[in-house]
Design a protein around this ligand. Structure first.
Ligand code: PA5
Length: 435
């Protein structure tokens, strides 16, 4: 089942030639590469069938770890960078409630580490961990990435001093490669609960593996429903070879056509602050997959109406180089009405008994119309609600479309050679042995 609704009427008029056979043929060829593994990077296509292939024993082990740890902790620290934390954060922030970090939930509050080298951040984290019971997931596919390795050394030292070595080992989960990497060796030596990241799934395509599922389950969210959503979208993406009805092919074609028409920047827009990290995850997925060999659409994201009061000016009036993909949510989970006010000094009684969502909806419609008249092509993708199932659908949809779009661009979607440049400079400056 596909619950994503595409609205292209404010996009197509800007993309003259979009239904050009050339894009459709290119999308078909690219999809075929994802399906038959005949494209570059074909040893990293494991994500394609993973929602079907995932062993139920993995899901059971995750549920058991969550049931064992959640009741005795206030904080769950997720250590990872890039694909090793963004997907989990996207799902958790979308679903856990806006003020979960303020203790407005009976589940552990998930905090993040290993995604920064800010000293002040780690000092603040240590203060938090001094004051609260906690457990940790350390996540690194390679098991050698510097940022999470440094964070884990600090947190491991802290947790062992706080609880003693034996109890600390019970509170640490390691998620890493099945065969190699220093993290794997540490986890085996110390006897941590361990999960393997499949060889053929790269970091930014790994949210539906234990990389994302462990933190998401720890936050009290339904990982089975997330996987169900992904399975539903997999059937659609794999089963439909028509580029104008397969949503992943359609999206990939639209992106490529927009770029060819002189719009090399895509802004993924949402109207809910809970979706900020979905935008961060999406930026990594598309930025690392497509931005290479001097090619690729620059992925950017914004949350409206917040950013209408900052980036809104540029979008409306600046250089014409971006197209927008508005991720629209039909129904909020809860209801907040505008109250009546006797004095009406703020003049807002005309909104009485309207919901905030009614206003947000008009803001969205007004924005799309305004940007469109400012010559910004706007694609709208609507989901009925934000839930584990719809997020599972969206994740799989964006992943499949990313593979298709990157093959249409002519690059290998699954490597990231450009990420190495800063690392070798940093290692040289730090005097790393052997560099
Ligand atoms: O998508 C990717 O492969 C990267 O963003 C990685 O996820 C990121 O560099 C972290 O790597 P690792 O999980 O090996 O520590």
């Amino acid at each position: 089942m596909n619950e994503l609704v595409f609205r292209t009427e404010r996009l197509l008029p800007h993309l003259e030639g979009f239904d050009n056979q050339q894009f459709a043929e290119s999308a078909k060829t690219a999809r075929r590469k994802v399906l038959d593994g005949s494209g570059a990077g074909n040893d990293f296509l494991g994500w394609r069938d993973w929602p079907e292939k995932i062993d139920t024993k993995i899901v059971e082990k995750i549920a058991a770890d969550a049931a064992r740890l959640a009741p005795k902790i206030k904080i769950f620290v997720v250590i990872g960078i890039g694909g090793s934390y963004l997907g989990a954060r996207a799902v958790i922030e979308a679903l856990q409630g806006s003020f979960a970090t303020m203790g407005m939930t009976n589940r552990p509050v998930v905090v993040y580490a290993g995604h920064t080298l800010s000293e002040d951040y780690y000092a603040d984290l240590m203060n938090l961990l001094d004051a609260n019971d906690y457990a940790v997931a350390v996540i690194s596919k390679s098991g050698t990435t510097t940022e999470p390795a440094v964070a884990f050394r600090i947190v491991k030292d802290h947790i062992e001093r706080k609880y003693g070595k034996t109890e600390a080992a019970r509170r640490i989960i390691a998620i890493t490669d099945a065969r190699k990497g220093t993290l794997r060796q540490i986890a085996l030596d110390e006897g941590y609960s361990m999960y393997e990241i499949p060889d053929d799934i790269g970091g930014r395509f790994s949210v539906l593996t234990p990389v994302g599922l462990v933190p998401i389950a720890m936050a009290g969210l339904d990982i089975n429903a997330l996987l169900d959503g992904a399975r539903e979208m997999r059937e659609v993406c794999l089963g439909d070879e028509n580029p104008s009805t397969n949503p992943a092919m359609l999206y990939a074609m639209i992106r490529q056509a927009a770029c060819a028409k002189g719009y090399p920047v895509e802004m993924l827009v949402n109207f809910m602050p809970q979706l900020v990290y979905l935008g961060e995850w999406w930026k990594q997925l598309y930025g690392e997959s497509e931005g290479k060999d001097g090619l690729g659409i620059l992925p950017h994201s914004a949350t409206f109406t917040t950013d209408l009061h900052s980036m809104g000016q540029y979008i409306q009036d600046g250089q014409r180089l971006l197209f927008e993909t508005v991720l629209s949510v039909a129904k909020p989970k809860r209801h907040v009405e505008i109250p009546y006010d006797e004095k009406n000094l703020d003049g807002l009684n005309y909104l009485q008994h309207k919901s905030i969502n009614d206003i947000n909806h008009c803001a969205q419609e007004g924005t799309v119309m305004a940007h469109n008249s400012g010559r910004v092509p706007v694609l709208e993708i609507e989901v009925p609600e934000v839930s584990e199932r719809t997020l599972g659908q969206l994740i799989y949809f964006f992943e499949f479309a990313c593979g298709v779009s990157a093959y249409m661009t002519g690059v290998n979607p699954f490597n990231q050679p450009g990420v190495e440049a800063y690392k070798s400079n940093m290692f040289r400056l730090l005097g790393k042995p052997g560099v």
